[in-house]
Every structure is written in structure tokens, then in C-alpha cells.
Design a protein around this ligand. Sequence first.
Ligand SMILES: Nc1ncnc2c1ncn2[C@@H]1O[C@H](COP(=O)(O)OP(=O)(O)OP(=O)(O)O)[C@@H](O)[C@H]1O
Length: 792
Amino acid sequence: MSDGTVDGLADSTGSTDGAGNSGTPVGRHVGSDAASSSEAAGAAPDSPQGATEREVAHEQDYLDQLYSRLDDIRSRAQKTLDEVRRASSSNTPAGRAEKDAFDALHTERLAQLDAVEDRLAFGRLDMSGGERRYVGRIGLSDEGQHQLLVDWRAPAAAAFYQATAASPGGVARRRHLATRGRTVTGIDDELLDAAGLDAADLTTVTGDGALMTALTEHRTGKMRDIVATLQSEQDQIVRAPLTGVLVVQGGPGTGKTAVALHRAAYLLYTHRERIAKSGVLVVGPSPVFLRYIERVLPSLGETGVVLSTPSQIFPGVEANATDVPNVAMLKGDLRMARVIREAVRQRQLLLPKPVPISLDGDQITLRPAAVAEARSRARQTGRPHNEARSTFVKHLLDDLAGQLARSRRLENDAETRLELAAELRDSIDVRREINLRWMPLSAEAFLDKLFSTPARLRAATEGKLAKAEARLLQRPAGSPWTQSDVPLLDEVAELIGPDVTATAEAARERARAAAERAEAVRYAQGVLQMSGEASAMMTADMLADRFEGPGGSLTVSERARDDRTWTYGHVVVDEAQEVSPMMWRTLARRVPSRSMTVVGDLAQTSSAAGASTWAGALDTIAKDRWRVSELTVNYRTPAKIMRPAAAMLTATGISVRLPESAREGDWEPSVLQTPAEPGAMAEAVLKAVTADEAALGGGQFAVILAREEVLGEVSERVRKSLLAPEYATLADRVSVLSVDDVKGLEYDAVTVVDPVGIIAASRRGASDLYVALTRPTQRLTVIHHGKLPKGL
Ligand SMILES: Nc1ncnc2c1ncn2[C@@H]1O[C@H](COP(=O)(O)OP(=O)(O)OP(=O)(O)O)[C@@H](O)[C@H]1O
């Protein structure tokens, strides 16, 4: 395990000096200077208010110290960067690459230090023995290496999340610090073991308001980290061991996404040596969702993470189209792996009858038996199509060279045949005849051709799919790529391999690169030692990566994103219930170690190819290597909204274990009935949104409708009306979305339009409606014409 420190930032062993630069443990009493500030403010010094003010003043002093230390470290990092930029590099490619690499390293480090500015410290633990620990986004130590702040991911900070009154684990008091900018705005204490504190301490204890404050804050359209208020059951998942597939199942709003992202940050910190170099991939359902979560990991100081939707996971292909549900379901079915395998095999052809070839007056023949033998040898290598092709070609050239030797009356030994094979390679006729039997392929062209050529499709699917199913796959050549084509492209690419025309040359290249690499690592180790660089933030391997090659200063994530065969140290899959079996195969290829965090809710499955059980989803890629953890508390949706949402789902026959809401909520959901006419519905929507704005005085709102083709006119009218001057303050804060787009998102207030229409629009319409109803943090309005769905 790494110690997770950077130069000047504290280690994570958890040893702490409590407050002050002196490094000596301080007692549990607050300082007298803070007391005088409360007197100046007019509160009686021993009243609860006076005590709180003293404590706030004390925490302010401490926070000032932390920021001053952070500023020091930052300015040192800036100075080093300036020096790197000023220094002249040796004018060689290696020298320039090295300079670029250092530049990128220090720039990234500065970005990481900047990212922790907001809410640098958010907690304090007072241990029963008198020790005090401040918990924050990073570890910080003073010049004398005394710890000022413990990184939230360090073992010493675990008690901050795990201690409860029933099992305090040596913690007497847990304190949350509320801050704005660099100012302490409040404290919130929980007493876990009162015996460890004296009477004066007790006057400031108020309970766990920090969580409630976080839950009821207006949303901003971007997910925030929850590092200050992670709850015990969530923290256990964050800190769970790295190996195997960890499934996090939980109802809406239980923090699955938040927990998965914090887990990624935790794993990068704790196992930096093992996974930072290969990176972490986070897969989320849509670009809108990725934009919603994109700030969480940087705010936790982690930038080397690749975010992708399933549609973007095949480099070079943007799969923006969608298939109709039954086609999507078929393409996600594991039988497609067999279809693709067969289709590739059918591009390795036999020869029906001999083909004569003349070569400078010599007559030779491409023989059916030789082709059959070459094909079976090539297949036996087990290599992908494009690589196995060299075995196929070699064998046939050898056979033809033997014939040529005989025709020229040369000795038929290996050496002669090798020479003649070189000559044969230069003949266009020979190359054409051999190529026709075993062409080099590219994944995109191959799949396009397969789906647009009925005869090929029939041959590849025979005995594997029903005839009617095979017809579903058929489409014109050059059709746009759909989301469900992506795992098929990946399957093809895996079976045909990269287009290697000169394998021997490639092998030589690999050996040369390996030798250079060893040298680069040795050099980087020396650099790290000399510069005293942070071992945890940057390993010698990572630094060597940057010294190497033309893309020397590319980050891990930049390299990984463009390389289909890149294997990650850990993969997080969000909204995993939507992932098809074929897509699981693709994701599994990205992480051979199967170190994965898979989060989802089976009750929210809406895609036709999605999962109904975790075993169905995961057994084929990680049999016996997956385990499930549950989250049970809904932090988003108040109970007043959850109850009808759950009743609706239950009434449709879907049985789920409902999470308990952390809040009852202030508003009952409202229901508005309108005529089925678009103008009337749009008007009702605007009325609902205006009422939300008046009730909440700000925040983010969503209007959720069935897919555009169903309610296009209503959404069009709503969007248009929002441009009118009377909605000027609202326009930017209202999103009009279809049920497909709201997966994983949340809003202060939500208006759901035509619930019966949403249910009717797809096979899993009830789950879609459940997703829509569970998006609000405060208020829900349902607009309907005709009847309401059962249970609602
Ligand atoms: N411990 C916590 N402290 C503060 N806020 C929290 C906590 N846990 C969850 N939340 C908040 O609850 C909301 C829901 O979290 P999140 O989106 O991660 O849930 P989810 O389980 O992925 O939901 P869904 O499946 O419905 O998309 C977010 O605003 C998140 O910040």
C-alpha cells in the first residue's frame, strides 16, 4: 500500500500531532484567544452560544494554519515548475521529452493542489485518549513532518466515517466543520463516547446536521463529492478490498454513484503503485451523466481517470444511433459472440479447385489440399485472424516454393525454399490468390459488410439464430453505428487483431522498446530519488512512461482512451443494470484482473438488453469472483415522494426492497390533471415549474416526458415558452428531458408528464417511470390526462 503523500503532504499512517505547528499534542480545551472573540461578540462566555463561538474561532485559527501550509507547498511547486520551464534542455529528442515530462508532472501536481482548495478540511476526531485528528482532502504535515491534516482515505481517518455511538472505536467526538472559502462558518458535533469529554465540551454538541444540510442544499447541475458526510455503510464499500467484482446494489438515491467515485479515489490512493499506472475507467450511461459527475474525482485530487459511455468505448467510433429494442436485445445476446466467431472463420476460405499460376515461365499451382493444411495450421496457432494470417501465408509460400524448386530443378531444401518464397511474395498473382483466401481485415469494414450482405449473414447465423432473428440484423451498407454495435465491433477486433503485416518486424520493435523501457525506469528511479519527489503521487514507472516516446508527456488517461487493448487497473461501471451481456464481455476485456466496482439497481433496468439478475450479468465474466454489497438509505428522495413511487412499482408486479429515505420531506407530491391537448399540458408544466421556483427560491428543475416522438409537441412548447421574458430567471435552470436521459441525475424539483404514456412507451416502462419519479430532492409534480397508473 502506498502512503499516499506528496512532498510536504503528510503521510497516512494516522499519527497526528493534533493542532499547531509545534507538533506537540494539544489538550482538549480551546484556547483563550478564541474565548475573547466570543466575549467581544457579546455572548456570555459560558453560555452554549459563547462556547460555540469560541470553538469556531479556534477552528478558524487551525484552518488558517492549514491553508498557509497549503500555500507554501503550492508556491514551492510553482517555483519548481518555473525552474523546469526556464532550464535549457539538451537539444536532443530525449532531452526535450524529459523536459516535457517534468513540465507535465509539475503542472498536474499544481492542478491537484488547486483542486483541494475548497473544503480542504472538513472534520475532526477527538479520541478518547485525548488525541485529536483533523480530516481533510489530502494529508498535510508541517516542516517538522508533524501531521496537521489526515487524508480522508488514510486508515487513521476511517473512524471519522465508521464510528457510531454503539461502537465508537475510541472516538469521543466527531466534529464536522462547515466552511465557505477559507472561513469556518459552523461546527457540528456528535458525541460518541461522552465519558471521554468533560462538561465544557458538551455545551457545543448538536448532532448530525452536516448530513441534513448537504442533503437539502440546492442542486447545481453538477454532482458534488460527499467526502465530508460519507455514511458508515457507504464507507465500508469505499474501503472494500481491491480484488474481484464488487456489486453495489441499492435503490434510487442511495449514493451508489457517489460511493463508486469515492471508491475509485480511495483505490488510487491506497494501491497507487498497482493501479495508477494503468488507470481507472469509469463507465456511465450517457454523455450528460458523465458531465454531471465529471468534477467529483478532480475535487478529490484524482485526475488520471478515463470517463466513457459504453458507446464511446471502441476508439475511433462514435456510436450515436440506437437500435429498436428487439434488435438491441439480440445484439446484446451472448449468441452474437458465436455468430461473430463463425463469421470470422468464414473469411478463412478453402479452395474448391486448383488455381494455376505462372511465374516467369514456370507453372505452379495453388493446391486445395495445401490451402486446407495452411488454414488448419493457422487456426491452430490460436492467434487472431490478422496475426494467424502470417502462418497461413508462410505455409502456402513454402508449398509453392517447393513446386518452383522442382520446376527449376533446384535442390528442394529449406534454405532454397526460403529464397524462392521471397521471390513469390513479389508476384502480384501469388499475393492476390493467397489474399483471396485469407484477407487482412478491419473491424468496422468487416461488421458493416456482414450486416449488409444477406448471404454472409445467413451463413454466419445458421444454427445459431432463428432465421427471423438473422433478418433483424440486416441493414444497408454504411449505416451509422448504434450503441449495441459497439460490443460487436470489439468482439470482431478481438478475433481479428490489429493489422500486422510484418510480424517479425513488430517483434523486433517490441524487444527494442522493452530494453529502452528498462533503461527509462532506471533513470526515473534516479530522478525520483534526487528530487525527493512524492513516491505516492508518481512512481518510477509512471515517470518513465512520460519520458518515453513521442507522446512522452501524455497522461495515462490520454493514452488509455485511444487504445482498444489498454487494460485498466480498475473499472467502475455505473447504471450497470443497463449493460448487455455482450457489453460485459467488452468491459471485462478492459480489466483482465476483474477488479471492478459495479453499481446499479435492478429495479431501474430500462434497456431491453439490460439485466434482471446480477448472476445473469456477471457469471459469464467473473464466475465466483463477484460479491454484492447493499446500500439501504435513500439520501436523495424524501419519503413523501418515495412512498407513491414505490407503490406504483409494486402495483405493476415488480417487487423491490425499498431503501429507507433519510428525510421525510417538506412537500407532498402534487398531481395536476389536464386535457390531453399539448397546449394544455405545456401550460400545466409551466405552472408546476413556476410553483416550484416560488416554493424553493432557486435550484435546478427537470421536466421529464416519454420519448420525444410521443410527447415532442409538449416539450417543444415548453422549451419555447421558457424563452419568453417572464421565465428569464428560470430558463437556464429547467431541463426538458426524456426518461432515457435522466438516468443517474437529480434535481430539486421534478415534473413528470403523462405517467401512463411513459409506462406504455416501452417494455420496461414501469421502471422508466420509477426512475423519473425518484429524481427529485424536494418536490414532485405529476401531470396527467385520463387515469393515473395503478398505485400512484
Ligand atoms: N453520505 C452522503 N452525504 C451527502 N450526500 C449524499 C450522501 N450519500 C448520497 N448523497 C447524495 O444523494 C444523492 C444521490 O446519490 P447518487 O446519485 O450517488 O445515488 P444513486 O444511488 O447513484 O442514485 P440512482 O440510482 O437513483 O441514480 C446525491 O446528491 C448524493 O450527493
